[in-house]
Design a protein around this ligand. Structure first.
Ligand SMILES: [Zn+2]
Length: 143
């Protein structure tokens, strides 16, 4: 975008000085883009719908227990308990219900280890199976 604006600016006067300036500016733009790309990216927060849905499914299908360890309470009838966390199972950009789940903080920390995560795959898939029937009906009710 910056380059296009620059093209407009200098199109009427193609002096060598402006060419150099244009070259320098595109270098700066490329460097800034590179820096931006390497910054740590925040996980996309879950939508209110996804949060609500996970709390309902964990409450109704897992008795409020963390679907990973099945030991720690993560929610009750009113919603998420303090300390419970939404894990981005697929990647940090995917924030939809099918790519996330509500787990206890200990599991969420442990899930950063790929070996532990591998042992939890069947729990995640089983949880997603429990969630699936809720998806379409709850989505209609929520909107
Ligand atoms: Zn857990």
């Amino acid at each position: 975008m910056l380059e296009n604006q620059l093209d407009l600016l200098i199109s009427e006067d193609e002096s060598p000085g402006l060419d150099q300036l244009r070259h320098d500016l595109s270098f700066v733009a490329a460097t800034v883009a590179q820096i931006a790309a390497s910054l740590p990216v925040q996980r996309r927060p879950l939508t209110p719908f996804a949060r609500m849905l996970h709390c309902r499914v964990v409450w109704l299908r897992r008795n409020g227990l963390c679907p990973a360890c099945q030991e720690t309470e993560v929610c009750n009838e009113e919603g998420k308990l303090p300390g419970a966390e939404f894990d981005h199972w697929v990647n940090r950009y995917r924030n939809e219900p099918e790519a996330t789940w509500l787990v206890c903080s200990a599991c969420n920390r442990a899930l950063e280890d790929v070996r532990f995560k591998a042992t939890m795959r069947s729990q995640f898939e089983s949880y997603q199976n429990a969630l699936r029937p809720f998806l379409s009906t709850q989505r209609e009710m929520f909107h």
